[in-house]
Design a protein around this ligand. Structure first.
Ligand SMILES: *[C@@H]1O[C@H](CO)[C@@H](O)[C@H](O)[C@H]1NC(C)=O
Length: 300
């Protein structure tokens, strides 16, 4: 309660500052020399300046272009617990894809009313963002599979959890707003040994080897391996876009600095997934890296 009150006070202060700015462009150009404690520079309030500026994704997240932001922790509800949110993991013919089961799951044996998984806090302040879908990126060969880069480096895998701002009611409606979508991203790095926490997901990939096959389960059963990274709470955050057509600039990106481990053997299991064209599913069609364009790039 005290935290929420604090956020409201904080928000009103920031709004006052934003209103007193004459020209956003002028301010953004001066970003590199900016005093990082100048609150008018803080994301997400600079978003009002992006109307005519390109803040496209993916990007190369460069430490030397970022500044430290001191904000509250990102909070997760119903991701990593026994009764966590129900998800469907599907090979949709083009990609490995996860979405939440909104209306619960019914089968002959069980009927469960699903709950929603929510994030809030951090750069989202007191707004609630509902977990909606997940994307996975890996390469067909080698160790470059991620969409974004961090300090000029690609990673073997990138897992993106996509959320929409709850007050906009749906993913589709939220994409019409600057702050509509929040993508939380995790990088995977090659390790010599198997990551045992990945075992349940990797083993079950053989059930969805070909197009239109799917699995239903609880988030925590398949994605417990993301928890330690979220707990470290060290991430970059910046405004950007969807990485697929129509590339709408509606995304608050949160990209964790710490990575999960994945062995070559485990990665090769992802590479056995086959799409509707009978070819290997990969992210080789991923979008090229977009310019930073002096957007605010913050870390915590
Ligand atoms: C989209 O979100 C706005 C803001 O919350 C809301 O007023 C509007 O009714 C929503 N539109 C649809 C189609 O859901």
């Amino acid at each position: 309660m005290v935290n929420i009150l604090f956020l409201f006070l904080y928000l009103s202060t920031l709004n006052l500052n934003v209103q007193s700015l004459d020209s956003g462009t002028e301010n953004l150009n001066g970003l590199n020399n900016a005093n990082p404690t100048d609150q008018s520079m803080l994301w997400p309030f600079v978003k009002i300046h992006f109307k005519d500026q390109q803040v496209q994704s993916p990007i190369d997240i460069l430490k030397q272009c970022s500044y430290e932001l001191s904000i509250s922790s990102l909070l997760y509800y119903d991701y990593w617990r026994d009764e966590s949110v129900l998800i469907k993991i599907i090979n949709n013919g083009q990609a490995l894809y996860v979405h939440t089961l909104h209306f619960g799951y019914q089968s002959r044996y069980l009927e469960i009313e699903n709950k929603l998984a929510i994030i809030t806090g951090g750069p989202l302040f007191d707004s609630l963002y509902e977990f909606n879908r997940m994307y996975f990126y890996w390469g067909d060969v080698g160790e470059c599979g991620s969409e974004n880069q961090m300090n000029d480096q690609f990673y073997a895998m990138e897992v993106q959890m996509v959320h929409f701002k709850q007050e906009y009611g749906s993913y589709e409606n939220a994409t019409r707003y600057d702050d509509g979508i929040c993508i939380v991203s995790f990088f995977g790095q090659i390790s010599d040994e198997d990551n045992i926490d990945l075992k349940n997901l990797v083993t079950n990939l053989n059930v969805i080897q070909t197009s239109d096959q799917y699995l239903v389960g609880r988030f925590n059963n398949y994605f417990s391996w993301l928890l330690p990274i979220a707990e470290e709470n060290q991430y970059y955050t910046f405004p950007g876009s969807l990485t697929k057509d129509p590339y709408t600039q509606c995304v608050i990106w949160i990209v964790y600095k710490n990575t999960f481990k994945i062995s070559q053997t485990q990665l090769s299991t992802f590479r056995t997934l086959v799409g509707s064209d009978q070819q290997m599913i990969t992210s080789t069609k991923r979008r090229e890296i977009q310019p930073l364009n002096n957007r605010p790039l913050c870390w915590t």
